[in-house]
Design a protein around this ligand. Structure first.
Ligand SMILES: [Zn+2]
Length: 280
């Protein structure tokens, strides 16, 4: 039984021979259920290495993916929402805003900034779904409008990354006005001949789809993103017909001419750069 007995005492592996312990954090893909290291998942631009599922990520991740060395200057970082309607659902709107801020560390559902992407100057606005469903209220509209102003003034291309449930109910009509405001600003950008690219991610719906998300010189999307205006149930009941398979998926929307192309997040930075170089 000598093979069974430890002859040498103590553990003899020198420190430099020890394998670096993993982060201790593992990521399980919600689509294929396979497990990978969080670090690898991050290096893969938060896509699954097995099934290519694109995890829903927010502005922090997109800025890190797109801006060179994650260096950028944030615009209007402290803009926060007012409560013009004294709105109350299960919670008063200011309380909802406050608790969402604490939970997410965000000020509202979009962050905007400028920096360099593969050395090309660019202004990027990116929505955060974690903040009340990425809903578009006055702050979202205003920040996007100001980011477009920055793009206009400095003649830099503008990239909008949308992920939204639509207009913010708690601001009712004020939310809807943001559609007109952002669209008018984008028209100025277009007149000035400055490129605007709209990236639609999962999901992009409601008033966001009906305004800035579909107004790009190029409207592009991540694979399998849900893109629509109203939900499928509402449409089915309205038109009284069954909907085709894959309805409202990015692939379906592309086939029907509403998108220019679908881009894998791992290729996003390089594809955007070559596209902008081509059209500038
Ligand atoms: Zn997967």
């Amino acid at each position: 039984m000598s093979w069974f007995i430890r002859k040498e005492k103590g553990i003899n592996t020198p420190t430099e021979m020890k394998r670096e312990a993993p982060d201790g954090l593992w990521y399980q893909c919600p689509n294929c259920k396979k497990i990978m290291q969080t670090r690898e998942h991050k290096m893969n631009a938060y896509t699954c290495e097995h099934c290519n599922y694109h995890e829903k990520v927010g502005s922090e991740a997109y800025f890190e993916i797109l801006f060179d060395h994650n260096k950028f200057t944030e615009l209007d970082a402290s803009l926060t929402s007012a409560d013009p309607l004294n709105f109350k659902d299960t919670k008063a709107y200011p309380d909802r805003i406050r608790s969402t801020m604490e939970k997410t560390g965000l000020k509202d559902a979009v962050r905007t900034g400028y920096g360099r992407m593969n050395d090309l100057e660019i202004v990027i606005a990116c929505m955060d779904f974690n903040f009340i469903g990425g809903s578009m209220g006055s702050v979202v509209g205003e920040k996007i409008a100001r980011a477009i102003d920055h793009a206009l003034k400095n003649r830099q291309p503008f990239l909008m990354i949308s992920r939204s449930g639509g207009a913010r109910m708690m601001e009712a009509g004020f939310s809807l006005m943001q559609m007109a405001k952002t669209s008018a600003k984008l028209a100025l950008l277009s007149e000035a001949g400055i490129p605007y690219i709209s990236l639609l991610t999962d999901p992009t719906t409601g008033g966001v789809t009906a305004s800035y998300a579909m107004l790009g010189d190029f409207n592009i999307s991540e694979p399998e993103a849900l893109i629509g205006f109203a939900g499928p149930r509402v449409i089915r009941e309205t038109i009284g017909k069954d909907l085709p398979k894959g309805f409202q998926s990015a692939e379906f929307v592309l086939e029907h001419g509403f998108l220019d192309f679908i881009v894998d997040r791992k290729d996003l930075k390089d594809k955007l750069t070559s596209l902008l170089k081509m059209i500038q």
